[in-house]
Design a protein around this ligand. Structure first.
Ligand SMILES: [Zn+2]
Length: 240
């Protein structure tokens, strides 16, 4: 297969998002493709999605357990088994210095080549939608952790961090963006992405057929064919 990233080696990729299901919804096709190509992908999720319910009688602890299980199942469909959950509460993420420190620490420990998150400047992803404040906070905190702090030995915030060495990531990829500079056709990975999305039973009511219909766009048909296609878009930042 072609190598649109231009990478010459296998990469260690760390995806950092707010909730269980964000990785699959925002860039599940790309994650499936990266795993398929031999890159090593892991997740760090900042909350356990405790507030992802609408019915009365559910409590935050039970919901967290359900969503962790769903996320582990979804990850294994895509080939991601290294999934770490931080202890923030769904709906209350704030891109403050404390969250930034945790992400710096995670980055310095895991030493990824590539960090993936979502674009914090995307306030209105569609005319009928407001981007979840946790998504924006997560994206902002990740950006602020990666630059300039994670790669600079000058940033030692507290005693915990003095034990971790600075680590400079090579690239940052932001999904859920309205200013993409990298677009890729991932029709071949859509079926796998949908199977992963469907693992999030508590969040998804649609069937596989309905999701296929939603995500396969005739408008994206390529190269003289009229076959509908599926694309993912990113804002890719290459540090040098
Ligand atoms: Zn989310």
């Amino acid at each position: 297969m072609e190598n649109p990233e231009g990478w010459k080696t296998k990469k260690k990729i760390l995806a950092i998002f707010a909730h269980p299901d964000d990785a699959e919804f925002f860039c599940g096709g790309m994650i499936a493709r990266w795993v398929d190509q031999g890159h090593c992908v892991s997740y760090c999720l900042l909350t356990k999605g405790q507030r992802g319910f609408h019915e009365k009688g559910m409590d935050l602890t039970t919901m967290a357990e359900i969503r962790v299980r769903e996320q582990m199942a979804a990850g294994s469909v895509l080939g991601v088994t290294d999934i770490r959950f931080l202890e923030h509460l769904d709906g209350e993420l704030v891109a403050d210095i404390a969250l930034r420190e945790e992400i710096i620490q995670e980055t310095r420990k895991q030493k990824p080549d590539i960090v993936v998150s979502c674009d914090p400047t995307n306030l209105f992803p569609a005319v009928n939608r407001i981007n979840h404040p946790d998504h924006r906070a997560a994206g902002q905190a990740v950006i602020d952790a990666v630059f300039p702090a994670a790669g600079s030995p000058a940033y030692q915030f507290n005693d915990k961090l003095t034990a971790t060495e600075a680590h400079q990531v090579e690239e940052m990829w932001l999904a859920l963006t309205q200013q993409p500079n990298f677009e890729i056709v991932l029709t071949n990975y859509l079926e796998k992405r949908i199977r992963a999305i469907l693992c999030h039973h508590s969040q998804v009511q649609a069937t596989a057929e309905e999701l296929l219909d939603k995500y396969l766009k005739p408008s994206l048909a390529r190269e003289g064919t009229d076959a509908p296609a599926y694309c993912e878009k990113f804002l890719r930042i290459i540090f040098n």
